[in-house]
Ligand binder design. Structure first.
Ligand code: PMP
Ligand code: PLP
Length: 472
């Protein structure tokens, strides 16, 4: 019921590490914040904008097709030195020091968009700019974990997250997965039988198009994971860079670009964990890396505002905020050039691109690797995680290094499983073996030319058979 006021987020600050509890002060708020008109503020070490030599910024962007303009067209957007451009700040404002929250117009768009897509269920949520999810993961983890603490993670997970755990001396506690990602009963069981000193206070997971397994949690799975987090009082770090790349089921038998586009119209995105979050225990990390471009280094974090206040303070001792040029360009593009409709049309076009690639890649895998690999069809993202049938060589710890050597010789490379492994004392940094005889490869179908799919998989088949001794 839209008329019922939403509750406030629960106070989960007891989950914070001691150094994050209590009131921490933002340097910006005390020194730079809210100058009154009468104040002659000489407090900040801030350069005068007249010294900024960038006078104007003009960018040409491709705009997605729309009913009124069915063909892709180009639009020009412009940022001027000292005057605002519709919703977007002037270059002087974009290029000046700012606080640890981000550019106002950038955050305002993302707040409105979050409301539209995720409809948070508590009142005091907000968004803050991030430099992408890699940095945001480290920030989110450091709220809940000190050196020696453990954090629950997928059994196979994003190496960037594992390396930030390693550098923070935080131990990954691996949770078993199936074709839908993290298994709720396993998560519950690990908490139940925890025998280490401090029980984990947070779980890090990638619910959509998981890296590396490509798995996507169904709504039922998401609800079950959320229920375990409530039961065990865990904060959830929802790292979701592939959320908008959800793909329809593989059609059969004929695959065409038109088919991919048509099925998108009927497709609804699986609700995020944020959208199920009645308590305010989800810290949701979104990134523009896969939906605009990775080296814009821009993303956004959605969470209860008292949690964002802590992240703001962490930002103010590290990145401050993402580059104003990147934020300004994105703000101008989304607020003024594309708007919600253009942005959603762009995301739809992206889904069509990835759907076509996924479909053709799977078709080629079935053609060339039958009996050599097993996989779950990914319904989001850009990864196919293949269990490799190495036959009698499987138990041999040298099988994977030999397979990689053979792939190199055959002229094809995919990611081996070990860098993604969260088991073992130093996880990612010692990619030896973890005792399992199941071996996997991660293929990314995002980058190479579609024409290269078949040759790549023929080469892979050759490499696998040369190691397994099966088939010739
Ligand atoms: N170090 C010192 C000594 C500074 O004075 C400043 C800027 N006031 C900074 C670092 C921050 O620099 P940057 O904007 O490159 O992060
Ligand atoms: N999280 C996951 C699960 C990823 O797969 C990636 C990219 O590979 C990232 C985070 C990194 O994202 P960003 O470019 O936003 O730092």
């Amino acid at each position: 019921d839209a008329s019922t006021p939403l509750p406030m987020a629960k106070d989960l600050s007891e989950l914070f590490v001691p150094s994050m509890r209590g009131q921490l002060k933002s340097a910006f708020k005390s020194v730079m914040g809210n100058p009154t008109l009468a104040m002659i503020n000489m407090a900040g070490g801030v350069p005068h904008p007249s010294t900024f030599p960038i006078m104007q910024l003009r960018a040409t962007v491709r705009s997605p097709s729309s009913p009124s303009a069915p063909l892709n067209r180009e639009s020009t957007l412009e940022l001027a030195k000292s005057s605002r451009s519709q919703s977007t700040e002037s270059l002087d404002e974009l290029l000046q020091y700012g606080d640890g929250c981000g550019i106002d117009s950038y955050c305002a768009f993302l707040r409105r968009y979050t409301q539209r897509v995720h409809r948070p269920r508590y009142a005091d949520w907000g968004v803050i700019a991030s430099c992408g999810n890699t940095d945001a993961i480290g920030k989110a983890v450091s709220l809940f974990c000190e050196p020696g603490d453990s954090i629950l993670v997928d059994r196979w997970t994003f190496p960037g997250a594992l390396s930030s755990l390693v550098s923070a001396k935080v131990l990954p506690a691996p949770v078993p997965m199936d074709g839908e990602g993290m298994i709720p009963e396993a998560l519950d069981n690990i908490c139940q039988t925890w025998s280490g000193s401090a029980p984990p206070r947070a779980v890090y997971l990638v619910p959509t198009g998981q890296n590396p397994t490509g798995t996507t949690m169904s709504l039922v799975r998401r609800k079950a994971i959320y229920a375990v987090a409530q039961k065990r009082n865990l904060a959830i770090i929802e790292d979701d860079p592939y959320y908008f790349l959800q793909l329809p089921p593989v059609p059969s038998p004929s695959i065409s670009r038109r088919g991919a586009e048509r099925s998108d119209q009927a497709q609804h995105l699986v609700p995020s964990l944020l959208s199920l979050d009645v308590d305010g225990r989800v810290i949701r990390l979104d990134s523009f890396s896969k939906i605009l471009a990775p080296n814009l280094r821009c993303g956004w974090i959605t969470a209860p505002t008292y949690i964002l206040d802590k992240i703001q303070i962490l930002n103010e001792s590290t990145i401050l905020q993402p580059s104003g040029l990147s934020q300004g360009l994105i703000s101008k593009l989304l607020n003024d050039t594309w708007g919600f409709d253009g942005w959603e049309a762009h995301l739809r076009e992206l889904r069509a691109v990835y759907t076509l690639r996924r479909n053709l890649f799977i078709q080629a895998v079935d053609k060339h690797l039958a009996g050599l690999v097993e996989y779950t069809v990914p319904t989001a993202g850009m990864f196919l995680w293949m269990k490799v049938n190495l036959g009698s060589a499987a138990a041999d710890p040298t099988a994977m290094p030999r397979l990689l050597g053979s792939m190199k010789k055959c002229g094809v490379m995919m990611a081996p499983d070990m860098p993604f492994s969260s088991t073992g004392p130093s996880a990612a940094l010692e990619p030896a073996t973890d005792g399992t005889s199941e071996r996997y490869l991660r293929a990314a179908f995002a980058l190479v030319d579609i024409d290269m799919f078949e040759p790549a998989l023929k080469r892979l088949a050759q490499a696998i058979t040369s190691v397994s001794g099966a088939r010739s």
